[in-house]
Design a protein around this ligand. Structure first.
Ligand SMILES: Nc1ncnc2c1ncn2[C@@H]1O[C@H](COP(=O)(O)OP(=O)(O)OP(=O)(O)O)[C@@H](O)[C@H]1O
Length: 237
């Protein structure tokens, strides 16, 4: 049968759809889930091919139950994914007010004020924002200083930056289990960086050191210059 322009269009659209889905999932837990499901399906397929009836029966029945379990467990990711799909474009949090952020961080560090600030990138952090207070205010150094002033109602917890807006404050981030020796502020920074592509900045109340968590890794204390370089990439993104 000859290949028509319809077949080519069909192939192109399917490829585009798969690529779009992949781009939407990069940097989220959902990508690992898809990998897991693919491995599961492969094992199931091989078991059926080899006629291993008990194993393929077991995997077949577990798949039905598993599908429901996955919907429940990954409900936040599914919601975020559909939100991003609904926006019709790649999520982008807009330009970062880099100098204001750096000025705020240097003052917080100088005065040894503990702070936790997540820079939202492609993974939406809305589910963490609603655990605190939505502010959606223009970011300024003075606003950061005010927010993390000890004793104020919003100084506890983390702030979320969405582009040049300080989107939320007083938010609860997931605590990492990977480095039990760290204090909870640093573990919360690591935890959020494990489940999202956010870059999370921590200022230590004890030492004033500024560190960055990204992709489940915590940097050593950074100088302002090193931090500027690190953040420039985010500002451009
Ligand atoms: N799950 C969380 N999400 C956001 N912020 C949190 C979370 N858990 C703790 N924090 C913040 O961390 C503060 C406690 O910091 P703690 O002293 O335990 O951490 P630390 O990593 O040793 O930091 P520091 O060096 O500033 O003392 C809390 O007052 C709160 O503001």
């Amino acid at each position: 049968m000859p290949v028509t322009w319809r077949d080519l269009l069909d192939i192109f659209l399917v490829a585009l759809l798969l690529y779009t889905l992949y781009r939407l999932m990069v940097g989220t837990r959902a990508l690992n889930l898809v990998r897991g499901v693919l491995v599961y399906l492969l094992v199931w397929f091989i078991a059926s091919l080899l006629g291993l009836s008990t194993l393929s029966w077991l995997l077949g029945n577990a798949a039905t139950l598993g599908a429901f379990a996955l919907i429940v467990v990954f409900q936040p990711e599914l919601r975020a994914f559909l939100e991003r799909l609904g926006r019709g474009q790649r999520f982008s949090s807009g330009p970062l007010a880099l100098e204001e952020l750096l000025l705020g961080l240097s003052r917080l560090s100088e005065k040894r004020r503990g702070a936790l600030i997540a820079l939202e990138r492609r993974t939406p952090l809305g589910e963490y924002a609603v655990s605190g207070e939505i502010l959606d205010a223009r970011l300024s150094a003075r606003l950061l200083e005010t927010l993390f002033y000890p004793g104020t109602p919003l100084h506890d917890g983390g702030a979320i930056l969405r582009g040049e807006r300080l989107f939320a404050a007083g938010c609860v981030f997931p605590i990492s289990e990977s480095q039990i020796g760290l204090g909870t502020r640093h573990r919360a920074a690591l935890g959020l960086s494990e489940v999202s592509d956010a870059l999370v900045i921590v200022v230590s109340e004890e030492t004033g050191a500024i560190r960055v968590a990204e992709g489940g890794r915590l940097s050593p204390p950074l100088s302002l210059e090193a931090l500027r370089e690190r953040l420039k990439g985010v500002a451009r993104a």
